[in-house]
Design a protein around this ligand. Structure first.
Ligand SMILES: Nc1ncnc2c1ncn2[C@@H]1O[C@H](COP(=O)(O)OP(=O)(O)OP(=O)(O)O)[C@@H](O)[C@H]1O
Ligand SMILES: [Mg+2]
Length: 198
């Protein structure tokens, strides 16, 4: 089984949205469980409002249900503490750290990366504004220059994500052509992760 943990030092950067969509991606590859490790239970509430193509459990039930899964995606609350991040990294195959593409997030991300050292993680630039803004690319370059391993894939900002959250489904299952590209962002991210996990 492969375990992918989504976390970060900051709140509201798309962790739960990323966990839901990675679990959707992996559910197309094999049996997948999403473990909602956030006491706010954002992911569980998302699934309860509608329907998702994977099992969702909180960390207390997960032990039993995780047994026959091929992929486990773990959502977590924000962790300002890097010791916590290091311990989380030890407990999974890959740590995914979403960050928004703004200057205020750059320095903390660089510091987190320095503390994490050679742990198995990647930064994910999420909620990037539409073109002609180049904030996503700029953030990506700054992080790369700072020696931070960053996913090539970035996730665009679209109202489709809050809409999907409200409907309790992944964006893949909202029948609106304008959201297709946003789902492709997570497909691309999922494929990058599969490549890393090989
Ligand atoms: N790519 C996106 N485009 C537009 N809105 C987004 C995107 N990703 C997330 N959001 C919205 O941003 C808000 C925060 O997202 P989310 O709950 O996934 O973040 P989080 O990091 O899990 O937050 P928390 O720290 O509270 O757990 C939500 O309203 C969500 O719908
Ligand atoms: Mg969350």
């Amino acid at each position: 089984m492969k375990i992918i943990t989504v976390t970060g030092y900051k709140g509201g950067v798309g962790k739960s949205t990323t966990a839901i969509h990675l679990a959707t991606f992996f559910s197309e590859k094999g049996k997948t469980i999403l473990v909602d490790g956030d006491p706010n239970r954002t992911a569980i509430a998302w699934a309860d409002r509608g329907s998702v193509p994977f099992t969702v459990a909180d960390e207390r039930q997960a032990m039993k249900m995780i047994r026959d899964s091929e992929y486990a995606v773990i959502d977590t609350p924000a962790r300002p503490n890097t010791d916590d991040l290091k311990e989380l990294a030890k407990g999974c195959d890959l740590l995914v750290l979403p960050t928004s593409p703004d200057v205020l997030s750059l320095q903390p991300m660089l510091e987190t990366a320095r503390d994490l050292g050679d742990a198995n993680y990647r930064a994910l630039i999420a909620i990037i504004p539409p073109k002609p803004s180049r904030e996503g690319e700029l953030m990506q370059k700054e992080l790369e220059d700072g020696g931070v391993p960053v996913f090539t894939t970035m996730v665009r900002r679209t109202v489709g994500f809050p809409k999907a959250a409200l409907a309790g489904v992944p964006i893949r299952d909202i029948n609106e052509p304008r959201f297709k590209e946003a789902w492709k962002d997570y497909v691309s991210l999922g494929n990058e992760i599969l490549e890393i996990l090989k």
